[in-house]
Design a protein around this ligand. Structure first.
Ligand code: M6R
Length: 624
């Protein structure tokens, strides 16, 4: 995925916008790109349009800070891009913006133009300078402008027009995209969205467009989420939005996050900040949703009458960390809601024979709401006629527009590529959903629901207690962090946590780490165990601790050091390190996970890894 931003605004002589912003157009776009870098950091670039200087483009491979944004004193507007490569390696030539042959149109793009090879053939007389799919877009715009789009060609007076040209180009593109286009001599930014996110920021005499509000949150909180198929023109006079060629009004929403929520807040890495934010983000997740005395939950979601009672199966679809949150939740749905619950890696999901669409609820779990594999699964479920539901962190994201209902996890922005606080909030939200479904179906008694809700209520405090033990984890990371490989084990609710713990470590430290159901160790992986392969175990409530400990002992017998996350009050004398987990019932394994997050962080930090931007990864993966 990539990050895109555009800004058009009236600056006074001090470079001040009405929103109190200082800086030139180039500086504002550069800062926005820094805020978007979590979306990709293979290359960065800007295109600035000056009243008399025309179009100036600067781009290069590498991170945003390595880009020198040219000084264009008369710049009135511009666009910027930070890239995560899909077509073509991360070179200077493949960096965005891309331009046409004339050199007066520049385009930034997030997404994939699936028919770019066919379009390139149609543009045989154009000279291409990159390997990207994106480059066809400015060349197509050039053709439409040359043909007089919006002018005589469309039966109107006047010259060809960028807005009309983009609209026509859109009809020729297949795939997903968010596009921003600028043209020399035109004071507008023209944007289009289909399948990739775009949000407008609205100031009095300034307008922004970006992949995500964090790009411009310090300048304006009034935002409009564009719908799929929308085309918009941004100018100092305001914003015009069109759907199917007709002007439309789109709602302006107020963002209530604090701007500094998206900054590092004194931590060296976003990941550590986000790990430490978990008590607060979990409080937000739970706020106003638990009625402990009634044993009920209010998630502000509704289902057609009788749907939950007749439910045959809940199928969870997700990727990566969200998939592990789904594996945790599936066990809760079966236990608390009395319904069969299965989990599928989204890219592998098919509706499958032997299932009844109108008695199936497909739940997509996705932090970003933009993961292409998960969206693909939702589309296949919708096509099969199943009811679909999303659990996501991102308001206005694509998934929310494609499902029948959504529960927001309210974790706040997560910038670190490695998901941490959103995993905790996903599991907490899904646990509430399991209680709500169980109560609705009459499968969960009020007293049992109360007990689960009390555990959930205790979650933020329990996580805080773990965070207070960070020094112990730092020491363990120092002592065991040089292992050859790391094995994470657990049973029941401990399995998804073991898998997530291993993913976190491999993602940010680049060490070999694997998660297993503890009982599986002896069926093969035990052959890998040596004194150089530390074993980390989930030994809490909900994770069949005593049986898991037997398997840990088998590994210790082969010389492996063992570190365990152990329920408060329990003791396993043979463990090399014992991390204490406060007693919070079914969410104890989730609390144990915080130790594993801290372990991964400190191992990676001791090795000097690029923790917030691990190699080869991006925060949100918008290609299949
Ligand atoms: O935005 P999503 O939750 O759909 O993202 C799914 C995965 O790409 C994501 O969880 C990924 O595995 C993270 N990097 C894990 O830390």
């Amino acid at each position: 995925m990539c990050g895109i931003i555009g800004f058009v605004g009236e600056l006074d002589s001090g470079g001040q916008t009405d929103g109190g912003t200082t800086g030139s157009v180039g500086a504002i776009i550069h800062e926005g790109l820094r805020n978007l870098e979590y979306r990709g950091y293979d290359s960065a670039g800007v295109a600035l349009v000056g009243a008399s200087s025309g179009l100036t483009v600067a781009k290069r491979s590498g991170e945003v800070d390595g880009l020198t944004v040219p000084d264009v004193p008369d710049a009135t507007h511009g666009v910027g891009h930070t890239r995560w490569s899909t077509h073509g390696p991360p070179t200077d030539a493949n960096a965005h913006p891309h331009t046409d042959c004339v050199g007066d149109v520049a385009v930034v793009h997030n997404g994939i133009v699936e028919n770019y090879e066919a379009l390139k053939k149609e543009l045989a007389d154009h000279e291409f300078t990159s390997d990207t799919d994106t480059e066809v877009i400015p060349h197509l715009i050039e053709e439409e402008l040359a043909a007089g789009a919006g002018g005589e060609e469309d039966g109107k007076e006047g010259d060809a027009d960028l807005l009309a040209a983009v609209r026509r180009v859109e009809d020729r593109l297949e795939g997903s995209y968010a596009i921003c286009a600028v043209r020399e001599g035109d004071d507008r930014i023209v944007v289009a969205r289909r399948g990739s996110p775009l949000v407008l920021g609205r100031g009095e005499n300034a307008a922004f467009v970006a992949s995500d509000v964090t790009a411009f949150l310090e300048h304006t909180r009034d935002v409009t989420y564009l719908e799929d198929g929308d085309v918009a023109a941004l100018s100092p006079d305001g914003v015009e939005v069109f759907a199917r060629g007709e002007p439309v009004e789109r709602e302006i929403e107020r963002v209530t996050w604090e701007a500094d929520a998206a900054e590092k807040g004194g931590y060296e890495h976003y990941m550590r900040k986000e790990i430490h934010e978990q008590p607060e983000s979990l409080r937000q997740t739970l706020a106003g949703r638990l009625d402990v005395s009634a044993g009920d939950v209010d998630l502000d979601v509704s289902f057609p009458p009788g749907f939950l009672a007749d439910l045959e199966e809940i199928r969870i679809v997700a990727c990566g960390t969200s998939y592990y949150a789904g594996r945790y939740a599936a066990q809760l749905f079966e236990e608390l809601a009395g319904v069969r619950a299965t989990v599928e890696i989204a890219s592998e999901y098919e509706f499958g024979a032997g299932r009844t669409p109108d008695r199936t609820l497909v739940v997509a779990v996705t932090q970003s709401g933009e993961t292409a594999d998960t969206l693909g699964a939702v589309r296949r479920a919708n096509a099969a006629g199943a009811r679909t539901f999303a659990v996501t962190n991102t308001l206005g994201s694509t998934v929310t527009r494609e499902v029948d209902g959504t529960a927001f996890i309210r974790a706040g922005p997560e910038i670190g590529v490695a998901a941490t606080k959103t995993f905790a909030s996903q599991v907490a939200t899904l646990a509430m959903l399991a209680v709500a479904v169980g109560r609705d179906r009459g499968a969960l008694a009020a007293a049992d629901a109360r007990s689960v809700l009390k555990d959930l209520q205790g979650l933020p405090g329990a996580v805080q207690q773990v965070l207070d033990e960070e020094e112990q984890v730092r020491e363990a990371a120092r002592e065991y962090g040089d292992g050859e490989a790391f094995f994470f084990v657990g049973r029941a609710l401990g399995v998804p946590v073991a898998l997530e713990g291993a993913l976190k470590l491999k993602e940010i430290s680049y060490d070999h780490a694997e998660g297993f159901a503890a009982g599986e160790l002896k069926h093969g992986p035990l052959a890998l165990v040596t004194p150089d392969t530390p074993v980390l175990a989930v030994l809490t409530d909900g994770a069949r601790a005593a049986e898991t400990m037997n398997n840990v002992t088998e590994a210790q017998t082969r010389g492996a050091p063992a570190l365990g996350c152990v329920s408060a009050g329990d003791t396993y004398d043979t463990l090399d390190v014992s991390f204490e987990v406060p007693n919070v019932g079914v969410v104890e394994p989730l609390v144990a996970n915080v130790y594993l997050q801290l372990f991964a962080y400190h191992v990676a930090n001791d090795k000097g890894r690029a923790i917030d931007k691990p190699r080869n990864l991006a925060k949100s993966v918008t290609v299949e």
